[in-house]
Structure formats: C-alpha cells, structure tokens
Design a protein around this ligand. Sequence first.
Ligand SMILES: *[C@@H]1O[C@H](CO)[C@@H](O)[C@H](O)[C@H]1NC(C)=O
Length: 388
Amino acid sequence: MASSFSSSSAVLLLGFVLNLFLQINLSHSLTCSSQQFSSNRIYEYCNDLPELSSYLHWTYDSSNSSLKIAFLASSKADGWVAWSINPQAPKMLGAQALIAYKLDGNMTLNTFNVTSYKGIAPSKIAYEVWDTAAEYSDGLMRIFATIGLPGQMTTINQVWQVGTAVSNGIPSAHAILTANLNSKGTLDLLKGQSSSTTGGNDKLRRKNIHGILNAVSWGILFPFGAIIARYLRTFQSADPAWFYLHVSCQSSSYVVGVAGWGTGLKLGSESEGVVYKAHRNIGIALFCAATVQIFALFLRPKKDHKYRKYWNVYHHGLGYIIIILGIINVFKGLDILVPAQKWKKAYVIVLIVLGAIALLLEAVTWVVVLKRKSGKSTKPYDGTNGRQ
Ligand SMILES: *[C@@H]1O[C@H](CO)[C@@H](O)[C@H](O)[C@H]1NC(C)=O
C-alpha cells in the first residue's frame, strides 16, 4: 500500500514538474514565433524583447532601406506602449518614438520626438513613417508601421516602453522599475539579431534557470520530502524505505537548491541599484537552515536516546520553517521575474496537488492509527527510524 502511494504520487509530481518546464519553455521561446497577424502583415524576423513582455516582428527591405515593424507589449487598455529608434544611443532622450494609446475611445498611433524627461508632445520625427496602425486586444497593445531609414543605417538603437496612463491625450510618465530602465538595445537589421545593452537575453535566461532550480528544490522537492517522512512511516511495510526516500529526496533538493541559490547570489551581485532585500535575505536564511538541517542528520541521537525527542522537535520545527520560507520565496521570486502568468499558475497547481496529497495521506494515517488503536497496538507504528 505504502509503496503504491509513494510511486503514484511521485509520478504525479514528476508530471507536474515536467509540465512546469514545458510551460517555461513555451513562455519564452515560442511566444513571438507563435504570434500571428492578419493577411498582409507578414514579417521575416521576430525577437522576444528581454523586458516588459514585449515582442518585435520586423522585415528590413534593403532596396529602399525601409523597416516594417509590428511591436507588441502587454498593456492595460487605457495605457500606452512605445517603440522607438534613437539615432544617438539606446536611451530615452533623443528617441524617435512611435506611441500607441487610446484617444477619444480609438486606438491611435502618434510620433514623438522625445527631448525631455518632463513631458512629450506629438511631433514630427527624424524618419518618414507610413502604413501606421495601432490595435489593442487580449491584453496586448500593438504598433504597426513602416519606417524609412537612412541607407547606411543597418544597426539601430531601439528603446521600448510601456506606461499605464494617458492624460489629456498625452501618454503619462512610465514607471521607473528595472524593466522600464533596461528596455533598450540594438537590432542588427542585416543579421536579424537583437541584443539588449544590459545583456538582457542572457540575463533573462539565467534568471529563468535560477527560478526553475529554486522552484523545483525549495518550492517542490523539499515539501515533497517532508510529506514522505510524515506519512509513509505510518505504514509498516514502508519502513525503513521512507527514511531513505526522505534522505535522498531532501539531499537531492539540497544540491539543486544550493545550485539555485548560487545563481541567485550571482544575479544579485550583478543587479546594480536594485536590491531585492526580502528575497535575498530569505534565500540566505533558507540556505543556512537547510545546511544545518542536512548536517544535523549526523548528530541525530539514537532512537531511544533521551535527547532524541528534542532533536525531533528541532528537526520538524526547522523543516516546517524551511518549507514555509521556501514557498514564500518562490512567490517573491515570481514577483521579481514577472514571467507569463502561467508560471505562477503552474506553481500554484503544484502546491495544490502537494496539499491534496498531504491531506489525503493525513486522512489515511488517521484511519490506520485509529484501526490500530482499536486493535492490539496503542500507538502508530514507529519503526527503526521512526520518531519516538
Ligand atoms: C527633435 O528635437 C530636438 C531638440 O529640440 C531637435 O534638435 C530636433 O531637430 C527635433 N527633431 C525633429 C525631427 O523635429
């Protein structure tokens, strides 16, 4: 009974973890290539831009040096999105911007010569722009345009932005979070390559790896290992298997967790200006607590030693703290990374499944314990390695 429990729940868990990986892949490598447009809007290239859930589709026609683009970004219906070329450098001041927003109830696209941080007004820009359109649907605001570039301009500095409000017909200032400050880069029109000035693509990939490692270890495997320890030992047939399962589950999640922790420290040391204090401190506390927990195994008094019950209290207490902090920190991390909503949903589903498994096993345990009580034994079965 016990082994069928453990193997079926392990299979279930594995399924969810695999699903999580798939979702993660989908959300960052397939997004722009899976986006489609109506009839004559066909673009040769597309880039998932590294910040602000934005995408650029484009075709460069070298015969007349025109650049046909579709820029998409997640936005509120009454917000605005901007895509611009800055002839000087990838920065805001000097940007020759195309901004889409709702004006008198209709989506509009206007050009702005951005010359000040204080305010902007629609104006002519340095390039000729035609075939313009702006659309909004499904949480995405879209800019369509063709831009005439100087013939020798084959690498452009692009700057994009998303804002939440429009007042008196003019886009209001955007937020100044890291994503809003890093939403810039260059685009090589001959090679089709896009890069962010902050190495955004590479950094995003590393943030994703950091997220996966930590969500899997602290957020999934550690709680799963605790479930094994708490419930499997109720069953005589699972002793001492539960103990070895628990130790191997927790030590492998520790290894994965430390790897994830290391990537987090590296990311943190590279993040100038922005420090995610709570996320960082919880991460450090988790690493210390888990390290103590792993090494305390070697200090565990024998089952019938008089100090064993103190060790048990400490071990279970710290274990629950690690689980709670681990889950909290996964959510804090998700809030920092702001991935597609489905990541968070996938993780919530994993937690619900773990919770359901725990609840079910809790009920089964009670049935087993009560049966035993009415029979010969007066306490739940506790084997060689059990709590006593
Ligand atoms: C944009 O503004 C700058 C500064 O005022 C000015 O020098 C430049 O000529 C303007 N560009 C266009 C296309 O009007």
